[in-house]
Design a binder for this molecule. Sequence first.
Ligand code: COA
Length: 273
Amino acid sequence: MSSVFRANLLSGQHAVITGAGSGINKRIAERFAMQGARISIIGRNAEKCAAAAAAIRAMGGEAAGFAADVRHADELGRAFQDAHAQFGPIDISIAGAAGNFVAEAAAMSSNGFRTVIDIDLIGTFNTFRAALPLLTPERANLLAISAVQSVLPTAAQAHVCAAKAGIDMLVRTLSIEWAGRGVRCNAIAPGPVADTEGMKRLAPDGEASWARLLDGIPMRRAAERDEIADLALFLCSGAASYINGTVIAIDGGQSNLGSLPFGDMLVDSLQAA
Ligand code: COA
């Protein structure tokens, strides 16, 4: 895995990452491990967490999986305690677990809306809250995974737009409340990322969906998972030591063009289904 960063940037640090059994968060976990961090992977599916941790160990890194659902604060708190017992004080905590489905608000139940708020927004709060008492004093980093939907109202994504906008404000608020404890709190807001579960859901008609989606992105391509991992690494490294309370878009310029092509494509895919 090549990197633009110097080697061992996170040497000796402990990073706890939720939702790291797959996708963007798994790549962040691998990237951080190759930079010397010990990695705790938390996710709903114990087998996926164990497999992701084993893959990191096979690459020569140090990692363990801990099963917990970010929606359940007590269960998540126990997973954080276990991670702390195994790898020590937490230097970095990344709230990556997320849920999504394509549905117009008129076809969504209250529980459907709440489910995504629960996983994304409450799950981010639960993650940071569980990490707080276990953080390394004076130099800890919290990172949330927001999305372009936090600033782009997008048809068939009302639940996600609301959850991700909430995450952005949570991060900005915690950056004020917790700065005195030596904690930096930031978020990254990706647009489409290739080879992820999210994009399978958001490009339901394969190539045809992708073509319409890319029309709404100035750079005319999706992000690679490595590009997201590199931004996460930068924000959690000493290179970003004065960056606190920011949400950094990593979307090829999508948030400057607007969301209409994306939302129209999603609504058309629902109507075709
Ligand atoms: N359209 C409308 N409503 C939907 C839906 C869809 N496509 N998919 C789920 N829902 C609703 C369900 O109907 C249910 O509401 P109800 O009880 O009123 O019927 C509610 O959402 C919860 O669904 P359920 O399947 O019980 O939730 P879950 O906790 O098992 O799964 C999800 C959570 C729905 C977010 C699921 O998509 C998931 O597990 N996602 C994780 C992976 C993922 O999304 N990754 C991409 C991240 S970007």
